[in-house]
Each structure stands twice: as C-alpha cells, then as structure tokens.
Write a protein that binds this ligand. Structure first.
Ligand SMILES: *[C@@H]1O[C@H](CO)[C@@H](O)[C@H](O)[C@H]1NC(C)=O
Ligand SMILES: *[C@@H]1O[C@H](CO)[C@@H](O)[C@H](O)[C@H]1NC(C)=O
Ligand SMILES: *[C@@H]1O[C@H](CO)[C@@H](O)[C@H](O)[C@H]1NC(C)=O
Ligand SMILES: *[C@@H]1O[C@H](CO)[C@@H](O)[C@H](O)[C@H]1NC(C)=O
Length: 248
C-alpha cells in the first residue's frame, strides 16, 4: 500500500532531528525570496510555523479549451524542526517525489487517513478552499484544528492573496504566493514558497480538450505562517497548559 511507503520516507527526513515533535523555535528563520522581486513582501517577523505540504492543484477545462484553476487540497506536515538542517533545502522535492510516485488511484485522503496516528506531532493540518467570508467566491483556508490544534476551532486562517510571483524554478512549479489573513486566528500572513509541480501540463501554452474532465495536479510546497502577536499557537508540542490559560 502506498501510504506504508510514503511514511517511512517522510519520517526518515524528519527523524534526522532528535526529539522532533513540532513547535521548534523559529526565531531568526527567514524565507528565501528571489532578490529581484517586489511583489512578495519580506516578512518582518519570524514565522511561527514552516510546513511542507503535499496535495493537488485542481483545474477544469473550460469551453474555450483552457485550464482554469478551481481549487486545491493539501496536507501540511511540520517542518519547523528541520529549519537550518541540511535536509531542509530538499524537503519539498522529497515530499513531491514520494507523492508523485504514489499511484494515481491513491487519493490524498488516504494519505491523510493513514497519517492520523501522527497528528499533533507531525501533521499540522490541511489546506483547502472554502466559500469566502464575503459570501462570494472561494478563498484558501489553512486549518490546524483537526490535527495539531484539536480542540481549538479558531486555529485556522482564511487568507487573501497579497502577492504572486512565478516560481523561480519555472513551470511546472506553481507560483509563490504571499497572503494576508482575512479570518481566523492561526496566522496573519501565509507564504507559499519552494513549490514543486502543481501547474497543469504545458500551462499557458497548450489547450485542453473542451469538455474533458477536471484534473488534479500533484504538488508539494512549503508554507510559512506568521503571527503578528506571537504565542497563541506558537507551541505545538503538547500545549494543553498553554491553551488552557491563553485561549478563551
Ligand atoms: C528575476 O530573475 C529571474 C532569473 O534571472 C528572472 O527569470 C525573473 O524574470 C526576474 N524577475 C523579475 C521580476 O525581474
Ligand atoms: C486561480 O488563479 C487566480 C489568478 O492567479 C487567483 O486569483 C485565484 O486565487 C486562483 N484560484 C485558486 C483556486 O487557486
Ligand atoms: C481536488 O482533487 C482531489 C484529488 O483528485 C480531490 O480529492 C478533491 O476532492 C478535489 N477538490 C475539489 C474541490 O475539486
Ligand atoms: C500532554 O499533556 C497531557 C496533560 O499534561 C498529558 O495527559 C498527555 O499525556 C500529554 N501528551 C503527550 C503526547 O505528551
């Protein structure tokens, strides 16, 4: 079964760091953005989380025969304890390779289900799309309330795009993004960086066959999240005491 093979690979990257169970200190951690761009603002605070994600970017083929991005779904794994290690730089490629090797019949939901026992120490949560808080359109949501922050229903963020640059690695890697919080208490800013995959075949040049079924393109990326006010969700390793006193 696929999930039995993905897990040791992902865990072996993670277990390179002793006693890794989330919540590692990210003081001084920076996001490496291309120097010649201005559309993604450099975060002025340290991230609270760095996650590596695997999932799909979903597209439909419109009547004009071009792909339209319609949604995405991803599972986020804690990478904060790997920051500063040699493994960190290639984490998204590792995750992508493993995920891409999975047979197409293996849905992300199976990966998620298989990883349930590792919640709270390894799986942070999920990324998916919801109806926008305004009631019109859809917005991306990152939600840790099902995994690392069970019992904290406000541990999510719905965000709006603030900046967007093509992946420095080029197609077929999906854009790097900066997003600002619209709703939720998980983070005030989210960055999607170090992307691998996610764009449809020959995105931007070739046409799809109008009426062909929707496609889901596998991708991996890093998501960095930061809180303006540190503390609330900055502890991931057994925070029951902290939450008991600091969250209503
Ligand atoms: C930044 O540099 C890269 C690599 O030289 C180039 O592909 C990209 O177009 C540049 N971006 C901007 C905004 O100038
Ligand atoms: C699709 O792309 C547009 C333009 O880049 C962006 O505004 C929108 O948020 C994207 N939608 C999804 C579901 O990713
Ligand atoms: C996106 O694609 C994945 C993988 O096929 C699927 O599980 C998910 O339901 C799709 N989501 C949407 C909103 O279409
Ligand atoms: C977390 O703390 C609670 C309360 O102190 C304790 O019962 C539980 O075993 C701890 N869990 C872990 C994974 O250490």
């Amino acid at each position: 079964m696929f999930a039995l093979t993905i897990l040791p690979l992902l865990l072996s990257a993670v277990s390179a760091v002793p006693n890794r169970a989330g919540g590692c200190d990210l003081s001084g951690a920076t996001i490496s953005l291309p120097s010649n761009q201005t559309l993604l603002v450099t975060p002025s605070h340290d991230p609270s989380y760095i996650a590596v994600a695997i999932g799909t970017q979903n597209y439909t083929c419109g009547s004009t025969g071009t792909y339209t991005n319609v949604s995405a779904v991803a599972e986020l794994f804690d990478a904060s304890c790997l920051y500063g290690t040699p493994e960190f730089a290639s984490l998204q490629e590792l995750a992508y390779t493993v995920w891409k090797l999975a047979p197409p019949a293996v849905p992300i939901s199976e990966v998620i289900q298989f990883l349930q026992p590792f919640h709270a120490s390894f799986v942070l949560g999920q990324h998916f799309f919801v109806t926008s808080p305004s009631g019109t359109g859809i917005s991306p949501r990152w939600d840790f309330s099902s995994a690392a922050l069970v019992g904290h229903p406000d541990a999510y963020v719905i965000a709006a795009r603030a900046g967007d640059i093509p992946a420095p690695t080029g197609s077929p890697d999906v854009d790097w993004l900066g997003l600002n919080e619209v709703e939720g208490n998980l983070a005030t800013q989210v960055f999607r960086v170090n992307t691998v995959g996610g764009l449809p075949p020959a995105f931007g040049f070739l046409w799809c066959t109008a009426g062909s079924p929707p496609i889901a393109v596998k991708y991996a990326s890093m998501y960095c999240k930061r809180l303006l006010v540190p503390s609330r969700y900055s502890c991931l390793l057994n925070c029951s005491g902290l939450f008991g006193s600091s969250v209503q």
